[in-house]
Design a protein around this ligand. Structure first.
Ligand code: CDP
Length: 215
């Protein structure tokens, strides 16, 4: 079973994906961490983010053991990830890793921007998780203030960053962020994480032809 979950920044897709994976006993891959790690490794090697060759070299040498590095979660790394994610060379290198992950038993829940459209177009279920930019900025602001010195993060700046990143992800020529035609839409603007998870399970069960509900 392969579940593809796409959506913009801070839509809740990562948390929902993790819970779906544990509910069905599947493996989970946060593909955003791959692009964040490519950006981190490009900079660490003294490379320039505007150089596709430097970013593709970093992608070729990625170490999966570093994907949980907390440094990847910073706002700066999110921005840098969306810069290297524009390069077809980088996306081509990461495609193989993602498909191999998807096609390893017992299957996987994979979240990102192009999973339903490019990486796993034949996924059993596809969800597109979204929320208004303001709600997503508010969630990301709460996450960032939890680990930043007081007064250093402004919600208006987070909203501006989210809008910039959405624009970059939606307008790039290679694998832009968009809802696959056969993906179910889940708008989490007015849902807390438990309600969003239940709604996701209902959509999955409906897509699989079952009538079950999340417990
Ligand atoms: O956690 P958040 O939603 O803020 O971002 P992320 O999922 O970690 O992704 C960071 C950036 O990586 C995105 O803004 C995209 O530019 C890029 N990305 C992508 O192009 N394709 C994916 N499958 C996943 C992420």
């Amino acid at each position: 079973m392969i579940v593809a979950i796409d959506g913009p920044a801070a839509s809740g897709k990562g948390t929902i994906a993790k819970r779906i994976a544990s509910h069905y006993g599947l493996r989970h891959l946060d593909t955003g961490a791959l692009y964040r790690a490519v950006a981190r490794d490009t900079l660490a090697a003294g490379g320039d983010l505007s150089d596709p060759k430097a970013a593709a070299a970093a992608a070729a040498w990625l170490d999966a053991a570093t994907f949980a590095d907390p440094a990847l979660r910073s706002a700066k790394m999110g921005e840098a990830a969306s810069v290297v994610a524009r390069y077809p060379e980088v996306r081509a290198v990461l495609l193989t890793y993602q498909r191999n992950f998807a096609w390893t038993k017992p299957g996987a829940v994979i979240d990102g921007r192009d999973i339903g459209t490019v990486i796993c177009p034949d996924a059993d279920v596809k969800l597109f998780v979204t929320a208004t930019p303001e709600e997503r900025a508010h969630r990301r602001f709460l996450e960032l203030v939890a680990s930043a010195p007081a007064g250093t993060v402004q919600e208006a700046d987070v909203l501006a960053d989210i809008k910039d990143r959405d624009h970059r992800d939606e307008t790039r020529p290679t694998a832009p962020l968009r809802q696959a035609e056969d993906a179910a839409l889940l708008d989490t603007t007015n849902l807390d994480i438990d309600a969003a998870f239940k709604a996701a399970i209902d959509l999955i069960e409906a897509a699989m032809g079952n009538a079950g509900r999340a417990g």
